[in-house]
Design a binder for this molecule. Structure first.
Ligand SMILES: *[C@@H]1O[C@H](CO)[C@@H](O)[C@H](O)[C@H]1NC(C)=O
Ligand SMILES: *[C@@H]1O[C@H](CO)[C@@H](O)[C@H](O)[C@H]1NC(C)=O
Ligand SMILES: [Fe+2]
Length: 431
């Protein structure tokens, strides 16, 4: 009976709302690991506190959680050992051994060579700069289709420092081998630049009674620096890079005023020093602003709960995923244009198997500045304390073509909005 249910689950089509039609998505690519059982696979890295990087990988059989690294190929002058690897079970599936090892302190803007578990192939990454300029590549709802490959090829074709993913990674949707396949697909990119992710609905994977909490695979495989940012949960955290503080919020865990996430967010913002990190960005999965007919209103309860906090903190940009299209809003607060509110960008166009969200409401609301259902990715280049440049590239163009772009001025440099210091102080006092 259970098996029958699982089979149904495995072959059930993705849930698609009837209001909009999607164009034919491209097929899923399934990657099988060909190396020996002891070989490290699915290698990816993430920022893990000032000057540290976390290296994550999987081996089929137990092996030591050690990373050897150095500044020249083949010469590993340093090594670090992490906690013992772990594996998780999901119904009849048992994962490989999952390793997470923190390495550092590392120098900024430096290329390191490394290998995992004492052998296997050499990988290389570059640490982000300690000061501006810094460039982020941004795409949500990635999945693992031929469109995903196209997005990743665009991301990789021009240099960047850090990848930001606002939720929906593998679209495994309980089929655990697809998590492994996703790990293989992204390894060439995610082993070379830090990938900072937050969860989407496709990471949930709850099952009544057996897996009521969900996020089993996501939390085991994509460990983010939540402890380093004093969060209680891998589902929300923050990090600093160059002069930016980035909030990675959780759309699929509690966010109301009594929640741990809410208390953490206030405490985290109270530690932000805008003279050190003049830029403040936030990532969520379900957008708070959305004029697409797909997923209308799904981010609304979180918006109502948290928008004033981000507004008072003078967050510069909020990136969201979930809707499989691109949309950029003007600065907004409480559904109205507001020169001190964040710009909201939906960038759920990474290439998942469900296809694009084609239908936007019409006429276009005045706060929506640009919208288009195409697969693509974004680039946020922060030049200095006051100026950043946002670009959106379609996958059907080369990267030299810019589909949408805008110059951003940081809110702290705005004479109208730089009262943030008193605002965040009053938020503090509420604590
Ligand atoms: C910041 O960058 C912008 C865009 O390149 C430039 O116009 C501006 O002069 C820069 N500001 C400073 C203080 O360098
Ligand atoms: C890419 O897609 C856009 C939007 O549909 C279209 O306007 C453009 O002509 C396409 N470009 C190419 C090279 O196909
Ligand atoms: Fe989603």
């Amino acid at each position: 009976m259970l098996l029958l249910f699982l089979l149904c689950l495995a072959f059930a089509p993705p849930v698609v709302s009837p209001e909009y039609t999607r164009p034919p998505p491209r097929p899923v690519i399934f990657r099988q690991f060909k190396g020996p059982e002891s070989a490290p696979q699915q290698v990816h890295i993430s920022l893990a506190g000032k000057d540290y990087m976390r290296v994550s990988w999987i081996t089929e059989e137990k092996s030591q959680s050690v990373v050897e690294y150095g500044k020249a190929a083949g010469q590993y002058s340093a090594s670090a050992t992490g906690e013992d690897s772990m594996s998780y079970r999901y119904f009849f599936y048992t994962s490989g051994e999952i390793h997470h090892v923190k390495i550092g302190p590392l120098d900024p803007s430096t290329t390191y060579y490394y290998r995992c578990s004492g052998g296997g192939p050499e990988f290389t990454f570059r640490t982000p700069p300690s000061a501006f300029p810094i460039e982020f590549a941004v795409a949500g709802d990635l999945g693992q289709t031929e469109w995903t490959e196209s997005t990743l090829a665009h991301v990789g074709s021009r240099d960047y420092d850090v990848f930001l993913l606002p939720g929906d990674l593998s679209y495994a949707d309980t089929q655990q081998p697809l998590w492994d396949s996703f790990g293989q697909l992204v390894e060439p990119y995610a082993s070379a630049r830090p990938w900072m992710v937050t969860e989407g609905n496709h990471e949930i994977e709850t099952f009544p009674i057996i897996y009521p909490q969900g996020f089993t695979a996501y939390n085991a495989r994509w460990l983010m620096p939540y402890q380093e940012s004093n969060s209680q949960s891998n589902l929300y955290y923050s990090f600093d890079v160059a002069g930016a503080h980035i909030l990675m919020l959780g759309s699929y865990t509690d966010f109301d005023a009594d929640s741990d996430q809410y208390a953490w967010l206030l405490a985290d913002l109270a530690t932000v020093d805008r003279s050190k990190t003049p830029w403040l960005f936030a990532l969520i999965h379900a957008p708070w602003y959305n004029t697409n007919s797909a997923h209308k209103g799904e981010g609304e309860t979180m918006r109502v709960a948290m928008e004033n906090i981000l507004y008072n903190a003078r967050v510069d940009v909020v990136f969201a995923g979930h809707v499989h299209a691109y949309e950029r809003f003007t600065r907004v607060y409480d559904n109205k244009a507001d020169q001190c509110g964040p710009i909201h960008v939906t960038i759920g166009d990474g290439g998942n198997r469900e296809g694009l969200a084609m239908t936007f409401e019409s006429p276009t609301p005045s706060i929506s500045m640009f919208r288009e259902p195409s697969f693509g990715h974004g680039r946020l280049r922060v030049l200095n304390n006051t100026h950043a440049h946002w670009l959106w590239h379609r996958n059907n163009d080369t990267n030299s073509v810019t589909a949408d772009e805008i110059w951003l001025e940081s809110l702290i440099s705005s004479t109208h909005c730089n009262d943030f210091a008193t605002l965040s102080k009053s938020t503090n006092d509420e604590l």
